[in-house]
Write a protein that binds this ligand. Structure first.
Ligand SMILES: Cc1ncc(COP(=O)(O)O)c(C=O)c1O
Length: 460
């Protein structure tokens, strides 16, 4: 059914919601390189992942061929508590910019966790419960993933320990409180509760932490605790799979409006929202049906795609995870304390890295003061207070819309508004009172981190 008048917000019905996730790898001409065991440098098998991940998730991680994977009914029912999320036409923003472009955004902040992260959190908690696991661990950067997973674990009565990057822990006390409301146990990372944490603190007692450090600690806790597994909120293939619901819903909604995006834009931390949003549009591109431009937006302070190396690297700072081939700044790179904590990750999803490497995607990096300029403009026009991470996508969408203003083209732009920024008011305040600064790593700093990439005989 096509709609004659474009509404401000389009919600699908429950019946129109996807019943399967889409596995982008099934349509990639060339697959991402396999994960390697850091001890043997041999490709990791599914069984080798079982001590870290629960079995179904390890299976999804390795499954490169099943194009569509059924969403278990229990997960579909949970999704219905906060989905479908709306596809919104940014009429007011378009007017304020004076652009002929048509701007749409998919808003994922409409649940208590405040972001898209719940889409994968509930799936991962479900499979853990199904396997009879007794607890989970994870890391969180900005706090959205920790909140989402705490919510999902409390739904399934699964105890959860969250290692929260120290600078976010200090900047966002209310994130901690909300995780605790859902019974999550929260630890500032690096901590002295793990060997990796202690080693990192010994080297740099004043470190503000990073997602890479927090991952190491969470993995260590999982592999040393009976019945416990680790879950990750981004980067992994399984997470992109769960997040494909964002793109699938967006595509159905756009079809109802008789629209198709010329440009699809998303912010990129570890790549999960972007991978999910672009999934069905990238499928069209890979299969020759359409050729939208796809743009990843990252912070200039942590530019893994735009200035990183495509290389095998550890997914964590403590060097305990398997090696993944991805765009990376080096697992020892600690980004400056950028307010968009969820984008402070040294690497990038191997699927997105491969697509970028093969020319299917573009990437831009933006400075945080420019991001907050866009965030405040957007908040005033659209009356949603965006998360700093999401505001990276807003910045790029505005820039593309302004280019349309110059050329007079009425392009259709779709971007992912991944979450709300109500726990990020320190960041907003520092922008508003003029104390926010931009930190961009020098080439020397990046070279130093690249110098510590693992040496793999015959590969790199
Ligand atoms: C609101 C929000 N958007 C985006 C991201 C970036 O993560 P990803 O690249 O996995 O989507 C995060 C991560 O914490 C987030 O909280």
């Amino acid at each position: 059914m096509k709609m004659k008048k474009i509404p401000h917000r389009l919600y699908l019905t429950e019946e129109q919601m996807p019943k399967q996730w889409y596995n982008l790898r099934a349509d990639m001409r060339e697959l991402p390189d396999p994960m390697l065991n850091p001890a043997t440098f041999q490709p990791v098998s599914e069984e080798e992942l079982y001590p870290i991940f629960c079995k179904q998730l390890a299976h999804q991680e390795m499954d490169c061929t099943t194009r569509y994977i059924d969403i278990p009914e229990e997960i579909q029912d949970f999704y219905k508590m906060y989905r479908p999320s709306p596809l919104i036409r940014a009429f007011n923003l378009e007017k304020a910019l004076g652009t002929p472009a048509k701007i749409y955004y998919k808003f994922e902040g409409n649940n208590t966790s405040g972001s898209h992260k719940l889409n994968s959190a509930i799936a991962q908690a479900y499979y853990a419960k199904e396997q009879g696991l007794t607890s989970l661990t994870t890391e969180t950067g900005a706090g959205q993933w920790g909140t989402a997973l705490a919510e999902a674990c409390s739904y399934y009565n699964l105890p959860l320990t969250v290692y929260m990057v120290k600078c976010s822990y200090e900047q966002k006390p209310f994130r901690k409180a909300i995780i605790e409301t859902f019974d999550g146990h929260i630890v500032a990372s690096p901590s002295n509760t793990t060997n990796t944490g202690r080693a990192i603190l010994e080297k740099d007692p004043n470190t503000t932490g990073s997602l890479g450090c927090a991952i190491s600690e969470a993995v260590e806790k999982a592999v040393t605790t009976e019945g416990c597994r680790y879950v990750l909120g981004s980067v992994l293939n399984q997470v992109l799979l769960h997040q494909s619901i964002i793109g699938l819903e967006s595509k159905t909604a756009m079809e109802m409006l008789d629209e198709y995006p010329d440009i699809v834009i998303g912010c990129a931390g570890g790549g999960s929202n972007l991978g999910g949003l672009i999934a069905p549009f990238m499928q069209d591109k890979l299969t020759g049906k359409a050729s939208p431009r796809i743009i990843a937006v990252e912070p200039a302070s942590c530019p893994s795609l735009t200035r990183g190396r495509y290389a095998y690297d550890f997914c964590d700072t403590g060097r305990v995870t398997p090696l993944a081939r991805m765009y990376t700044l080096g697992c020892g790179f600690i980004p400056s304390a950028n307010h968009a904590g969820g984008l402070r990750y040294h690497g990038m999803s191997p699927i997105l890295s491969k697509l970028y490497h093969d020319g299917y995607m573009e990437a831009v990096s933006v400075e945080q003061t420019k991001v907050f300029e866009a965030a405040t403009l957007f908040a005033k026009q659209e009356t949603i207070l965006p998360a700093p991470e999401s505001s990276h996508a807003i910045r790029a969408a505005i820039d593309e819309a302004l280019k349309c203003k110059e050329t007079g083209e009425a392009k259709t732009i779709l971007f992912g508004l991944t979450g709300t920024g109500y726990f990020d008011m320190n960041a907003y305040s520092s922008f508003l009172n003029g104390t926010m600064t931009d930190t961009i790593p020098t080439d020397e700093e990046l070279e130093k981190a690249f110098g510590e990439l693992p040496k793999i005989p015959g590969i790199q």
